[in-house]
Design a protein around this ligand. Structure first.
Ligand SMILES: O=P(O)(O)OC[C@@]1(O)O[C@H](CO)[C@@H](O)[C@@H]1O
Ligand SMILES: [Mn+2]
Length: 449
């Protein structure tokens, strides 16, 4: 008998079509604000463009601004999604995706800002921002978000010095740490990387939210804000694999799918350094974005700039970290990737079909950390799941390797909670899903223990 393929009931996508939801408020208010800030940024750089490129630079500035103003009008008046025309590598995949979205709508309806999935429309906006610059040489390499990202780094200097000093202290006696002490440090640095995710500029629509105080000191007080904490499951997987004949493959490679530049990126580099120095891993692969994305996400330029800044800091331990990290890059024990899939709108359960090369690369990993909220939204498909649906289930087959999400909640999608946990939070703290005050450390593995 033909096998019955049971289509799992998958809930609808979060969307601005649901009035009053966070998606609706984001599309209606926050995204236009971000677009206005982008227009202001380009306008403020007019003289720079003139100095660098003469009249051509000023003409390009004008054209970029008019494209962005047109985009803002399309968004605010719910116009149909337009195909991209900048000829970039991912253009075809974006233009095919419109058709995929079209198929989900009734007859004559076209994908648009207040009808289509929030995930799609928010990603599409950032890709159209890129098009507005790409179509206008000679300013086509201008990163409209660079000022915000570098500012966030400089504003977080105290916190960065604190975690670099802490890491160098660990380096001094790493060999002498007992397994229990190693576990304690692992848990701490996973939490530092987790809370580094609060520093994202798109949720604040570009308002500064750099890390002012030492992150290590605040871990204890923040612990109760972690709604799901699977970090010990991650630890036991790391440790089991080190034991000969453990049920899972020995951990050699850990991948970190990065989120925001600035302070958060440094917390990820510190965690990566600790994983190497403690021999919990032997190579780290970082995955950044190939274009400026969601205001503060890390590009290759941001990654390399941050490494140089840490290395050249006028602070002994920061500089020591920077030299060590540059060394890892030169040795190849740290590798940086920026596959275009990370800046497509696709849910991660589509990756094996839409980016099989990337999926195959991730299958070589022994543990993948996914940083931040947007990655969580893509892991779960940004859908209206019940809070208590399991994290494994919502991945819907996306399982290239054991994976762990380190996410502060900034969107109204959350799974894997205990019965009643979500409802209790909603009663005491109505914006618990979007304030960034709460967090999860959620683990899923194909190797059931
Ligand atoms: O991935 P990140 O940097 O943690 O957050 C991404 C984000 O800022 O973008 C959306 C709001 O516009 C939300 O999903 C989330 O707040
Ligand atoms: Mn981000």
């Amino acid at each position: 008998m033909a096998s019955q393929v049971v289509q799992q009931a998958v809930p609808d996508s979060l969307s601005a079509k649901y009035k009053g939801t966070f998606a609706y408020l984001t599309i209606r208010d926050r995204l236009p604000t971000i677009l206005t800030k982008v227009i202001d940024t380009i306008h403020r750089n007019k003289n720079k463009f003139f100095e660098e490129h003469g009249e051509e630079g000023v003409e390009a500035e004008k054209r970029a601004i008019s494209l962005l103003s047109k985009l803002r009008n399309e968004l605010q008046t719910d116009k149909p999604v337009l195909p991209l025309s900048d000829g970039l590598l991912d253009m075809e995949q974006w233009n095919q995706y419109v058709e995929r979205q079209q198929a989900l709508l009734d007859g004559d309806e076209a994908p648009s800002w207040f009808k289509s999935p929030w995930l799609y429309m928010e990603c599409y906006m950032y890709r159209r921002i890129q098009e507005s610059v790409k179509l206008n040489p000679p300013i086509c390499d201008f990163d409209v978000f660079e000022e915000g990202k570098t500012h966030s780094f400089f504003e977080s200097q105290q916190a960065i010095m604190a975690i670099c000093t802490y890491l160098q202290g660990l380096h001094k006696n790493m060999e002498d740490l007992s397994e229990e002490q190693l576990l304690e440090q692992f848990l701490k640095l996973v939490q530092v990387s987790l809370w580094g995710n609060k520093c994202d500029l798109s949720i604040s629509a570009g308002q500064d939210n750099s890390q002012k105080s030492s992150p290590i000191d605040s871990l204890e007080t923040l612990k109760h804000m972690i709604l799901v904490d699977d970090s010990r499951l991650v630890w036991s997987m790391l440790m089991n694999s080190r034991a000969a004949g453990g049920p899972v493959k020995p951990v050699a490679r850990v991948d970190i799918v990065l989120d925001n530049a600035g302070f958060e990126l440094v917390t990820d580099l510190v965690l990566a350094d600790f994983l190497l120095a403690s021999k919990l891993a032997s190579e780290i692969h970082f995955h950044g974005k190939c274009i400026p994305w969601f205001v503060s996400d890390t590009t290759r330029k941001d990654f390399e700039w941050t490494m140089r800044q840490v290395q050249s800091a006028n602070h002994k331990w920061m500089s020591k970290c920077g030299f060590q990290w540059q060394g890892y890059m030169k040795q190849g024990t740290w590798v940086y990737h920026d596959h275009p899939f990370w800046t497509l709108p696709h849910e991660f359960c589509d990756m094996s079909k839409d980016a099989p090369d990337l999926y195959a690369k991730l299958q070589k990993s022994d543990l993948i950390f996914f940083k931040g909220d947007l990655n969580y939204r893509k892991l779960t498909g940004d859908r209206r799941w019940d809070y208590t649906v399991s994290f494994d289930k919502v991945l819907r087959g996306f399982q290239p390797a054991p994976l762990c999400s380190l996410r502060t909640l900034k969107a109204d999608v959350q799974v894997g909670l205990r019965p009643g946990q979500g409802e209790k939070l909603a009663a005491t703290d109505p914006d618990w899903m979007t304030s960034g005050k709460y967090a999860v450390i959620q683990f899923s593995s194909p190797y059931k223990e």
